[in-house]
Write a protein that binds this ligand. Sequence first.
Ligand code: C2E
Ligand code: CA
Ligand code: CA
Length: 402
Amino acid sequence: MNKSIVKILVVDDDTFTLNLFNRMLANLGFTTVFCADNGQAALERVGSPTDSPDLILLDIHMPEMDGIEFVRHLVRRRFAGGLIIISGEDERTLQAVEKLARSHKFNVLGHLQKPVSQERLAQMLAKWKPPTQEEPEAEKKIYGPDDVFLAIKGGELVNYYQPKVGISTRRVVGVETLVRWLHRRNGMVFPDQFIGVAEANGMIDDLTLIVLTGALAQAKLWNEEGLKLNVAVNMSMKSFHSLVLPELVEGLAAKAGVPPQMVELELTESSLMEDVRAPLDILTRLRLKRFRLSIDDFGTGHSSLAQLRDLPFDELKVDKSFVHGAWNDEKLRAICGSSLSLGKQLGMSVVAEGIEDKADWDFMRESGCDVAQGYYIARPMPANHLPGWIRSWEKSSEKVDK
Ligand code: C2E
Ligand code: CA
Ligand code: CA
């Protein structure tokens, strides 16, 4: 990177800080630096056809226009450069501002707490890359009810399976079923593009039935090959209205020849209903029939503790947004730690989802978590890839054990 041509704008109401940044940036080889001591002056620069900055270093706390208001103006001006957030505010406030800026799709390199050292600044700037000329990623298409109806009825849904492994033993304990739509023209379509549509249009029960039936048949086949795998299926809370659901699930499992102890139902708490009478009745009876119940995305809903209090869960899945990177983030670490101890105290098995790298794995292992799931272990895969994957995972685990 030719540092001298990167245009940097520093926005801070404090002249001392502006001078300091100017000096540090020059020491680091960044010589095209503009300074502004208020938001309004900075915005004039952002609008300029020739001098619009590639990168803005933004102080959050300014007397006239604060950093949050400034970000709002950047959205209106469709600013496409990078952003580094700076402030003397506490870490959590800085994180909140960073999250806000990211939610506006800005390229946020990170945040720096004052006083900023040259070393930290250099680390942050090293993350900057000139924008590529590629087309921006197309907005995700959300399909209409008619398309989703045809997908369900036309047999275009397939189950993918993602392994869950014991962290201390490295043994594969089961799989989570994740549905995919193999669209004739558009290729693979992910659940966030059609599950909501199915839920809103009365089609989720049909979808669940297909996914569950497929997963049970698959579990039976693996079982016959000697692979004893628990199989988890995601259930929409919208399906917990019919009081005969336990009989339906029981019948399907019996027909497939899979014992209920090997079938796990993952429920997303954010979609748990306000009127808990029917779900409570159904879930408790499923539990009595020895199906396993798992509370999914734990921590993201509004009433997670109430669900834990009321429903007989066997497993707690800490949401991936709290897991990945927790080793390096005080707040996430606190959330993971308390979820883990809550699950343990209530006698549940705790799963960490979103284990994306070795650091995540090591951290959750040291924390005493039971089961791990995530890209670091394996991505969701078609059923026929699983036996081969398990063989290679076990082989690599033998090496780790030695
Ligand atoms: P979920 O139940 O939380 O499933 C985990 C999601 O995280 C999956 O996305 C999985 O591919 C993804 N994932 C796995 N490991 C990692 C990782 O290390 N990092 C990150 N960032 N992501 C990871 P997917 O398959 O796109 O599914 C999205 C959601 O759609 C699921 O979230 C689940 O709520 C829903 N879903 C999937 N299949 C079904 C289904 O058959 N029925 C219902 N009702 N919902 C389903
Ligand atoms: Ca799940
Ligand atoms: Ca989840």
